[in-house]
Design a binder for this molecule. Structure first.
Ligand SMILES: [Fe+2]
Ligand SMILES: [Fe+2]
Length: 148
Protein backbone atom coordinates (compact mmCIF):
# COMPACT_ATOMS: atom_id res chain seq x y z
CA UNK A 1 0.00 0.00 0.00
CA UNK A 2 1.35 3.39 -0.91
CA UNK A 3 0.99 6.54 1.09
CA UNK A 4 -1.23 7.89 -1.70
CA UNK A 5 -3.96 5.54 -0.55
CA UNK A 6 -4.09 7.13 2.84
CA UNK A 7 -5.60 10.44 1.81
CA UNK A 8 -2.92 12.85 2.83
CA UNK A 9 -5.03 15.86 1.87
CA UNK A 10 -7.71 14.79 4.37
CA UNK A 11 -5.09 14.82 7.11
CA UNK A 12 -3.74 18.14 5.96
CA UNK A 13 -7.26 19.59 6.12
CA UNK A 14 -7.57 18.25 9.66
CA UNK A 15 -4.27 19.79 10.74
CA UNK A 16 -5.32 23.08 9.13
CA UNK A 17 -8.51 23.08 11.20
CA UNK A 18 -6.39 22.58 14.31
CA UNK A 19 -4.44 25.70 13.37
CA UNK A 20 -7.69 27.63 12.88
CA UNK A 21 -8.97 26.44 16.25
CA UNK A 22 -5.77 27.60 17.95
CA UNK A 23 -6.27 31.02 16.34
CA UNK A 24 -9.82 31.32 17.71
CA UNK A 25 -8.62 30.25 21.14
CA UNK A 26 -5.94 32.94 21.09
CA UNK A 27 -8.52 35.56 20.05
CA UNK A 28 -10.80 34.64 22.93
CA UNK A 29 -7.95 34.51 25.39
CA UNK A 30 -7.00 38.04 24.39
CA UNK A 31 -10.61 39.27 24.56
CA UNK A 32 -10.95 37.84 28.07
CA UNK A 33 -7.65 39.35 29.19
CA UNK A 34 -8.43 42.83 27.81
CA UNK A 35 -12.10 42.86 28.80
CA UNK A 36 -12.60 45.35 26.00
CA UNK A 37 -15.41 43.53 24.21
CA UNK A 38 -19.09 44.11 24.78
CA UNK A 39 -21.08 41.28 26.32
CA UNK A 40 -22.69 40.48 22.99
CA UNK A 41 -19.34 40.47 21.17
CA UNK A 42 -17.87 38.12 23.74
CA UNK A 43 -20.92 35.84 23.59
CA UNK A 44 -20.62 35.80 19.79
CA UNK A 45 -16.94 34.85 20.03
CA UNK A 46 -17.78 31.96 22.34
CA UNK A 47 -20.58 30.90 19.99
CA UNK A 48 -18.22 30.94 17.02
CA UNK A 49 -15.74 28.78 18.91
CA UNK A 50 -18.51 26.36 19.91
CA UNK A 51 -19.69 26.06 16.32
CA UNK A 52 -16.19 25.46 14.97
CA UNK A 53 -15.57 22.78 17.59
CA UNK A 54 -18.89 21.07 16.77
CA UNK A 55 -18.15 21.00 13.08
CA UNK A 56 -14.51 20.01 13.60
CA UNK A 57 -15.43 17.07 15.83
CA UNK A 58 -18.17 16.04 13.43
CA UNK A 59 -15.69 16.09 10.54
CA UNK A 60 -13.24 13.94 12.48
CA UNK A 61 -15.93 11.47 13.51
CA UNK A 62 -17.33 11.18 9.98
CA UNK A 63 -14.04 11.10 8.08
CA UNK A 64 -11.84 8.13 7.26
CA UNK A 65 -8.85 9.71 9.02
CA UNK A 66 -8.98 7.76 12.24
CA UNK A 67 -10.07 4.42 10.73
CA UNK A 68 -7.23 4.86 8.22
CA UNK A 69 -4.71 5.42 11.01
CA UNK A 70 -5.90 2.26 12.77
CA UNK A 71 -5.81 0.17 9.61
CA UNK A 72 -2.22 1.27 8.99
CA UNK A 73 -1.16 0.99 12.61
CA UNK A 74 -3.51 -1.21 14.68
CA UNK A 75 -1.43 -0.46 17.81
CA UNK A 76 -2.94 3.07 17.92
CA UNK A 77 -6.52 1.79 18.08
CA UNK A 78 -6.91 2.43 21.80
CA UNK A 79 -5.52 5.96 21.50
CA UNK A 80 -8.00 6.69 18.71
CA UNK A 81 -10.86 5.46 20.90
CA UNK A 82 -9.71 7.80 23.67
CA UNK A 83 -9.51 10.74 21.24
CA UNK A 84 -13.06 10.18 20.05
CA UNK A 85 -14.41 9.67 23.58
CA UNK A 86 -12.89 13.01 24.60
CA UNK A 87 -15.12 14.76 22.04
CA UNK A 88 -18.17 14.16 24.24
CA UNK A 89 -16.58 15.79 27.29
CA UNK A 90 -15.19 18.70 25.32
CA UNK A 91 -18.51 19.35 23.56
CA UNK A 92 -20.34 19.42 26.89
CA UNK A 93 -17.75 21.79 28.36
CA UNK A 94 -17.82 24.29 25.49
CA UNK A 95 -21.61 24.30 25.42
CA UNK A 96 -21.70 25.24 29.09
CA UNK A 97 -19.29 28.08 28.39
CA UNK A 98 -21.29 29.31 25.39
CA UNK A 99 -24.43 29.38 27.55
CA UNK A 100 -22.61 31.06 30.40
CA UNK A 101 -21.28 33.76 28.05
CA UNK A 102 -24.76 34.30 26.60
CA UNK A 103 -26.20 34.81 30.09
CA UNK A 104 -23.35 37.00 31.33
CA UNK A 105 -24.31 40.42 32.69
CA UNK A 106 -20.74 41.66 32.21
CA UNK A 107 -19.93 42.05 35.91
CA UNK A 108 -16.29 41.58 37.04
CA UNK A 109 -17.38 38.26 38.58
CA UNK A 110 -18.78 37.18 35.22
CA UNK A 111 -15.51 38.04 33.46
CA UNK A 112 -13.50 36.19 36.11
CA UNK A 113 -15.68 33.11 35.91
CA UNK A 114 -15.68 33.04 32.11
CA UNK A 115 -11.91 33.56 31.97
CA UNK A 116 -11.27 30.74 34.46
CA UNK A 117 -13.69 28.41 32.68
CA UNK A 118 -12.12 29.26 29.35
CA UNK A 119 -8.56 28.66 30.59
CA UNK A 120 -9.45 25.21 31.87
CA UNK A 121 -11.32 24.34 28.69
CA UNK A 122 -8.61 25.68 26.34
CA UNK A 123 -5.92 23.64 28.13
CA UNK A 124 -7.93 20.44 27.64
CA UNK A 125 -8.79 21.20 24.04
CA UNK A 126 -5.19 22.07 23.13
CA UNK A 127 -3.98 18.87 24.75
CA UNK A 128 -6.56 16.91 22.76
CA UNK A 129 -5.57 18.50 19.45
CA UNK A 130 -1.86 18.10 20.24
CA UNK A 131 -2.39 14.38 20.85
CA UNK A 132 -4.18 14.07 17.52
CA UNK A 133 -1.40 15.88 15.69
CA UNK A 134 1.16 13.57 17.32
CA UNK A 135 -0.85 10.50 16.41
CA UNK A 136 -1.12 11.54 12.76
CA UNK A 137 2.56 12.46 12.56
CA UNK A 138 3.67 9.29 14.31
CA UNK A 139 1.69 6.99 12.01
CA UNK A 140 2.82 8.88 8.91
CA UNK A 141 6.46 8.77 9.96
CA UNK A 142 6.71 5.26 11.37
CA UNK A 143 4.14 3.27 9.44
CA UNK A 144 3.61 4.99 6.14
CA UNK A 145 6.76 6.96 5.36
CA UNK A 146 8.89 3.85 5.86
CA UNK A 147 6.85 1.92 3.26
CA UNK A 148 7.43 4.42 0.45
FE1 LIG B 1 -10.64 15.47 17.98
FE1 LIG C 1 -9.03 17.63 16.14
Amino acid sequence: MSSAEIRKDTFEALLEEHTKLRGLLRGLEQALAERSRSRSELAAQFRELGELIDSHFHTEEASDCFPDLVSHAPRVSERVDIMLAEHGELRAAIHLLVEDAARSAGTPEDWDRLAAGFQAFAAKLLEHERSENELVQEVFTDDIGSKD
